[in-house]
Design a protein around this ligand. Structure first.
Ligand SMILES: [Zn+2]
Length: 160
């Protein structure tokens, strides 16, 4: 273990609790159960060294996913980011694209099974858009209301 190679954030966390590490300290294999598929996995000493000293990950970051689920999670996150980027660019067009929205919704619904912290308001928004009954062409719905429905304005009133 070479604590001098840790990220600044990791080093600070040790100052905080008063614990010091020396070069003679060793990482120990950490056995855990994958949160998603419940298969046993090991965060090996070598993996920890690579993670904390080379990739500069935070040392208190713990693993919850087995390597296979972790790889899937990374892919899903990448897809989510790509969808988000397209959405930001071309929302008006994509709101008509049910296939795109269904795809993205699938990604958003899958993500929490990997990472419980991941909550997305986009999920609710997409569900709403997909469940909208298609209006007859003669009676076009006002376009602006649906677009900003998930970003409600704060009340304009102010106290005197
Ligand atoms: Zn797994």
């Amino acid at each position: 273990m070479d604590a001098t190679q840790w990220s600044e954030e990791s080093k600070r966390s040790c100052l905080h609790c008063g614990h010091t590490y020396s070069a003679s300290d060793r990482y120990n294999d950490i056995h855990y159960t994958c949160r998603r598929c419940a298969s046993p996995a090991v965060f090996t000493a070598a993996d920890q060294k690579r993670s904390f000293e080379v990739k500069k990950n935070y040392i208190w970051q713990s693993r919850h996913l087995c390597p296979a689920c972790h790889a899937e999670w990374v892919q899903l996150k990448a897809k989510d980011r790509a969808c988000q980027a397209r959405w930001t660019e071309d929302r008006r067009l994509l709101m008509q694209d049910k296939e795109f929205m269904r795809d993205w919704l699938q990604v958003l619904e899958a993500l929490p099974t990997y990472d419980s912290r991941k909550q997305s308001s986009m999920k609710t928004c997409l569900r709403k858009l997909l469940n909208q009954r298609s209006e007859p062409k003669q009676r076009p719905a006002p376009a602006s209301t649906a677009i900003d429905a998930h970003h409600p304005q704060p009340p304009a009133e102010s106290s005197p």
